[in-house]
Design a binder for this molecule. Sequence first.
Ligand SMILES: Cc1cc2nc3c(=O)[nH]c(=O)nc-3n(C[C@H](O)[C@H](O)[C@H](O)COP(=O)(O)OP(=O)(O)OC[C@H]3O[C@@H](n4cnc5c(N)ncnc54)[C@H](O)[C@@H]3O)c2cc1C
Length: 417
Amino acid sequence: MDNDAWAGAYADMDHDANILIAGGGLNGTALALALASAGFRVMLVEPRSRAERKADDFDGRSYAFAISSMRVLEALGVWSRLKDVQPILRIKVTDGRPGEGASPLMLTFDHGEIEEGPMGYMVEDRHLRSELLNAAEDAGVTQMDDRVIEHHADSAGVQATLGSGETRRVRLLVGCDGQNSPTARRVGIRRMGWSYGQTALVCTIAHERSHQGIAHQFFIPAGPLAILPLSGNRSSIVWTERAGRAETVQAMSESAYLDELRPRFGSFLGEVSLAGRRFTYPLLLSIAERFIADRVALVGDAAHVVHPLAGQGLNAGLKDVAALAEVITDAARRGEDIGRPEVLKRYERWRRFDTMALAAATDGFNRLFSNDVGLLRGLRDVGLGLTNAIPGLRRALIREAAGLTGDLPRLSRGKRL
Ligand SMILES: Cc1cc2nc3c(=O)[nH]c(=O)nc-3n(C[C@H](O)[C@H](O)[C@H](O)COP(=O)(O)OP(=O)(O)OC[C@H]3O[C@@H](n4cnc5c(N)ncnc54)[C@H](O)[C@@H]3O)c2cc1C
């Protein structure tokens, strides 16, 4: 059945929409777009206005996009609309100490080692957010500038109450409402994890020399420092410091901030200057103990928050989006009620293991590298050197980071729902 014919069959006039999504961050907006494109009637509830979310300096992040995430956006028709996409041609991982420069045992991943082309892409939040919003509007998503404050599920649907006092009745409520997910709290889903006591200082720099499409990850005792290539002679900096120190650095003048930053990565980019505002993000690990409840599913940071050192948080969120969209589209096509536990369990089973593996890997890496203990430093240098010497292992790691392994949903393979 094509989407139009099927949407008619699933018109469901007892409900105000088929699905209500709480939270219009990147994952909520991408999910709304995917579902609306598949023929569902979708409501997206987000307290921050569309004008605010489309503003150029709303969020300073730029994302390292895995190939699987690029394919999701391609399948949703957004990828070709994005400006300033920068391919990542090589990744260099180095153990180092400020002022001492890089350890000679460096791990290098090159895009020539896989057939799919660049191993990933850098995408700026400002472009991604506004293009996702535009596409969701074009696809007919009903957007409401409000927040969900309460909901009640019963055997036929779920009733959500908004801050304005209005109510909406739908089949399924999806919590895309971020790391403090009010949806998860309302249904009593507990979270496991901890604060890292670290903060990411994030900014964009302009530099004299070309980055040549190379992404750098320096492991410094206070935390990792990533220098990620953006279009032109610009790079995105994700500089992790212990929380107290980060507060001091963030309060510095622009020139003092740059004087702190420069010795951390040396002079290979020539003269550097700040291009835009500086941002901070406290870092934590936080995994919801369940991803589903009665007529509720959690997606993105509402389900899992990981350390950004591997640049995988949004990539994991977009896999949730692709998996949930596929599970409920297939269920609706079979005539199943999309909010039923047996449908939602398919989503949870699909995404839970992957997420736990990612959380363990990023947490382990951060512990191993964010310290200056001599023995650990020696071990990890040998580890980096060995990994570099074994091409098969390097290739496997590249494919994993590019999101090309495992049981990928259709959208993550670039196919339509
Ligand atoms: C420094 C840093 C760098 C990163 N770099 C990368 C990277 O390179 N690659 C990568 O893949 N990932 C990266 N990530 C992770 C990525 O940024 C997040 O995983 C992603 O932005 C989460 O999006 P989200 O939509 O799930 O949540 P959010 O962006 O937190 O959105 C949640 C939304 O819910 C709304 N909301 C809250 N309460 C309610 C309510 N009651 N009703 C309705 N709406 C509500 C909020 O207003 C908000 O807009 C990075 C993270 C950090 C901190």
